[in-house]
Design a protein around this ligand. Structure first.
Ligand code: AMP
Length: 295
């Protein structure tokens, strides 16, 4: 497995692979890898001949009061995990390589980035789009796998690829969960045992709303209310719970919009909450995703 830190070298390695008629696969991550990331890599492995994973804690997607400085880092452990799933190349640049002196260009998003985490974390998706564009420009044509754990990010990147004619095939991967239903996240390692137990209320709340949806409930306030109640009863600090159109991410709050959701029979229920200082997100696509098991 190759470990590269220079953008030019990463681009060259991908070019060379394509030159040998190999299909390039790409899995961008911020490291502190867990089974969710590895599952994305296994999927990308199946779809490609030359698999590149990137590990880069991207500073531009963190707000001033967020956890950039304490974001978990474990390059040696990550490399071992990448090896175990057959990654061919890890690109792990430093910040100065990705944002060299004088850099100033940003890629921004439109309405897809306004709500949910975009509202809670101003500038976050500009940072995401900027770094992912840089990675796509370096990798060149490839199949890139992203997780539905970051559902809004996935929709935004999908749109960005379309809008910018990027020669990238985007593949979505389902949320990978712990045995008890907690969505895997690099941030879970911040949680105390007690916070972790309380964090399960997010998946439980999503499941409760899903049960209501299955018996025909289409009122956004009833569906989000059930999820909020679970999270708040567990003592987490709620950031948001919203029911939105699964494609446009526009809120399905009004009666009119709720009726539209009833006719499409699919909607995204997305939640974010703090367990102590740790911000957790999770979601279910109602009308599509199976129930979360064992929660
Ligand atoms: P991150 O390292 O958090 O930036 O995540 C890198 C990629 O892994 C993104 O496409 C995430 O959506 C995906 N990912 C993170 N956690 C999970 C999970 N539990 N299930 C599926 N995909 C995940």
């Amino acid at each position: 497995m190759l470990l590269l830190q220079e953008p030019g070298e990463f681009a060259r390695a991908c070019d060379e692979a394509r030159g040998q008629q190999q299909r390039v696969g790409l899995v961008p991550t911020m490291g502190a890898l867990h089974e969710g990331h590895l599952s994305l890599m296994r999927e990308a492995r199946q779809r490609s001949d030359f698999l590149a994973a990137t590990i880069f804690v991207n500073p531009t997607q963190f707000g001033p009061n967020e956890d950039l400085s304490r974001y978990p880092r474990d390059l040696d452990g990550d490399l071992e995990k990448c090896r175990s799933v057959g990654v061919d190349l890890v690109f792990a640049p430093d910040v100065a390589a990705m944002y060299p002196k004088g850099e100033q260009t940003r890629v921004t998003t439109g309405t897809l980035g306004n709500g949910l985490c975009g509202a809670a974390r101003p500038g976050h998706f500009t940072g995401v789009c900027t770094v992912v564009s840089k990675l796509f420009n370096l990798s060149g044509p490839c199949v890139a796998v992203f997780g539905k754990k970051d559902y809004q990010q996935l929709r935004i990147i999908d749109r960005m690829v379309t809008d910018l004619f990027a020669p990238i095939e985007i593949v979505e991967h389902p949320i990978v969960r712990e045995a008890d239903g907690l969505a895997m996240s690099s941030r879970n390692r911040y949680l105390s045992q007690e916070e972790r137990a309380r964090a399960l209320s997010i998946a439980r709340g999503l499941n409760q709303a899903r049960s209501l949806w299955e018996v025909g409930e289409r009122s956004a306030s009833s569906l989000t209310g059930a999820c909020k109640a679970s999270i708040e009863e567990a003592g987490l600090q709620l950031d948001y719970v919203e029911l939105v159109d699964a494609e446009t991410l526009q809120p399905l709050g009004s009666d009119e919009a709720t009726a539209a959701a009833a006719s499409v029979n699919k909607a995204l229920l997305a939640a974010a909450a703090f367990a102590g200082k740790t911000r957790l997100i999770d979601n279910l696509v109602l009308g599509e995703d199976p129930p979360i098991k064992h929660v």
